[in-house]
Ligand binder design. Structure first.
Ligand code: HEC
Ligand code: HEC
Ligand code: HEC
Ligand code: HEC
Ligand code: HEC
Ligand code: HEC
Length: 444
């Protein structure tokens, strides 16, 4: 007996559905290997699997060390504290000369965690080498792995829809047979005709199936957008544990002393080591538990505190890991918010005068606890968070404090009274009413 098109289609679909199911089961394990999370949180700011950046590429670095003659276990010591490793192992000492930048220390990473990170790295395909669109291998870009949870979910939905279609096809074939009672007719129909007949006969199913598919895709996209880059609580380890409370709190140093461009430009900037030296040349922490930290400042500045004290000229800049990071396509301007908008640092960063550990991205619940803050609900640094505040925060119009706003106020009052009255319905003119919701204001 000859195989009809429909039968061939059925077999093919069963095979495809099988493959999809296997992928659905494999994907979470491959993607959720916990090394990826640690890598992104702690190493990705300086390392990439396949490309040198601030630090060298890490693909199969364990093999590299083993074959290069490093001492056993020395690579784990390196990650915990490169200085100890460099002191104990000549191979590690060589590696430390790779660049003028020093790697941060990660004393709390266990050997298992480090192996987890490296296993994850070794699983990443080289984007330059692989061009196949294998859906299980999207992990090459560290930022892409965030969404894989919903990614595998969508495969499941597609799988289910496939099964519905297969069942429907089976039904059509039975129907056709029943109508004609002749095997030949099935063979005479072309593939397209059969498919059309099936689609029409089962229009309800096909319609429902397409609707479900469409809705699932939409929901996934929306969920994905909502979760992109949710980085609340992100607290990268820093080369020096810099306590804000000691500086901005107890000693009352103004934020602008160190973040000196915050009121003048887009970015707030971090202080150079010279700023630290203004005070720490004297405050050397001798006999205090934090003496080691101050020694790191001296090493970075190339300052020799012994004897007369002088600069040696051998500097190694402190590489702070960036805590608050927006994607490249977003425009955010500090001076606009701090000066023009009159928004306090606390609103977005929490009370830094009480921060006694490394800086982290404060979750929105913590920010809401601070007195005077506008209460928001979306995760800090997400688009929803920006938008929500722009809808809630009013801009101080026409109070004579800001020429730009006074001019807007005058034009609204004189030229566009209806708009002005509409704006003032809730008693205030918000950022969004002045255009703070326009995509192009925040997106390049
Ligand atoms: C602040 C930047 C920075 C961070 C964060 C960082 N590294 Fe490094 N890493 C470096 C630099 C720079 C080197 C090269 C050595 C040097 O120049 O001192 C290096 C070297 C290495 C090496 C040796 C590479 C080789 O080719 O032999 C390993 C392994 C390594 N890092 C692992 C890690 C791991 C694991 C993490 C995360 C837990 C991490 N690093 C985080 C900057 C960093
Ligand atoms: C004595 C210098 C100094 C003062 C004063 C100071 N900071 Fe900082 N700040 C730093 C250093 C150094 C870092 C980088 C270390 C870190 O991120 O832990 C930093 C980091 C930050 C970050 C995180 C930057 C990032 O990477 O996203 C924020 C936010 C911040 N400071 C806010 C403030 C605020 C608000 C004040 C005032 C209440 C303040 N700082 C006062 C030195 C200072
Ligand atoms: C409206 C919210 C908001 C306010 C108010 C705000 N910041 Fe920021 N801050 C951010 C965002 C968002 C980033 C991340 C910027 C990026 O990645 O481009 C950031 C980043 C930083 C950084 C890291 C360096 C940089 O510029 O990327 C420092 C330091 C900082 N802020 C300090 C301050 C200080 C000090 C104040 C108060 C004078 C302040 N911020 C007020 C939202 C805010
Ligand atoms: C305006 C003066 C001043 C500047 C500038 C300054 N510090 Fe300090 N720092 C202090 C004082 C005061 C202390 C507290 C000393 C004490 O508690 O005995 C301190 C303490 C510290 C400590 C130890 C805190 C602890 O308890 O663990 C570290 C680490 C430190 N500073 C790092 C830095 C770094 C890094 C910079 C540059 C970004 C910097 N400081 C800039 C005045 C300053
Ligand atoms: C706590 C409230 C608050 C948050 C959170 C906030 N903003 Fe704003 N934003 C303001 C205020 C107030 C202004 C008004 C300043 C002005 O009109 O120039 C403003 C103005 C702006 C403007 C200029 C709008 C215009 O009409 O010219 C841009 C762009 C902007 N914000 C981007 C962002 C981005 C991106 C984020 C999130 C990362 C963000 N904002 C988060 C309060 C906020
Ligand atoms: C007040 C500032 C602001 C406005 C207005 C705004 N966005 Fe965004 N948008 C952001 C921020 C911040 C992010 C990054 C969020 C994150 O990383 O979680 C973002 C992310 C996105 C992304 C996700 C891109 C990605 O893959 O990272 C898309 C798409 C997007 N915005 C589209 C829009 C559109 C369309 C509009 C106009 C209707 C708009 N945005 C208006 C601040 C804004």
């Amino acid at each position: 007996m000859k195989i009809s098109n429909i039968q061939r289609f059925k077999r093919l679909s069963t095979m495809v559905a099988g493959v999809f199911t296997v992928i659905t089961f494999l994907l979470p394990n491959q993607v959720l290997a916990d090394g990826g999370g640690d890598f992104k949180a702690k190493c990705a700011s300086c390392h990439q699997p396949h490309k040198n950046s601030t630090g060298p590429k890490l693909f199969q670095v364990r093999t590299k060390w083993a074959t290069g003659g490093a001492k056993e276990g020395s690579i784990y010591q390196w990650v915990n504290n490169w200085q100890t490793a460099a002191a104990n192992d000549p191979y590690a000492a060589d590696v430390s000369k790779w660049s003028a930048t020093a790697m941060s220390a990660f004393p709390d990473l266990s050997k298992e965690q480090i192996n987890g990170i490296m296993d994850w790295i070794d699983m990443q395909p080289d984007p330059a080498a692989t061009t196949t669109g294998d859906p299980t291998q999207v992990g090459g870009d560290p930022s892409a792995t965030e969404e894989e949870g919903s990614f595998s979910w969508i495969w499941l939905v597609i799988g289910v829809i496939f099964i519905i279609i297969i069942l429907a096809v089976g039904g059509v074939r039975r129907q056709l047979k029943h109508v004609t009672s002749e095997e030949e007719l099935v063979e005479k129909l072309t593939y397209g005709e059969e498919l059309r007949a099936m689609a029409w006969k089962y229009r309800l199913w096909v319609g429902l199936g397409s609707l479900v598919l469409l809705l699932s895709v939409l929901v996934t996209v929306m969920q994905g957008l909502g979760r992109i880059n949710v980085v609340e609580n992100y607290q990268p380890s820093q080369p020096i544990v810099f306590p804000h409370d000691r500086h901005a709190g107890a000693n009352g140093i103004d934020c602008k002393y160190c973040h000196n461009s915050v009121a003048k430009s887009k970015s707030a900037s971090l202080p150079s080591v010279n700023v630290c030296m203004n005070c720490h040349k004297q405050i050397n922490g001798e006999g205090k538990p934090f003496a080691d930290q101050i020694k790191k400042i001296y090493a970075a500045a190339g300052w020799d505190p012994a004897g007369a004290g002088k600069y040696t000229g051998k500097t190694k800049p402190i590489v702070w890991n960036k805590v608050h990071v927006l994607p490249d396509h977003v425009y955010f301007n500090h001076s606009q918010h701090v000066v023009v908008g009159g928004v306090d640092c606390k609103q977005c960063h929490g009370d830094m005068t009480k921060m006694n550990e490394a800086v982290k991205v404060q979750p929105v619940e913590e920010l809401n606890k601070i007195e005077g803050n506008i209460k928001l609900s979306r995760p800090t640094l997400t688009m929803g968070w920006c938008i929500e505040c722009h809808a809630a925060k009013d801009v101080p119009l026409g109070n004579g404090k800001n020429a730009y706003y006074d001019e807007i106020h005058r034009r609204l009052k004189d030229n566009d009274k209806t708009l002005y009255r509409k704006y003032l319905k809730d008693g205030k003119v918000t950022v969004s009413e002045l255009g703070g919701w326009e995509c192009a204001k925040c997106h390049y």
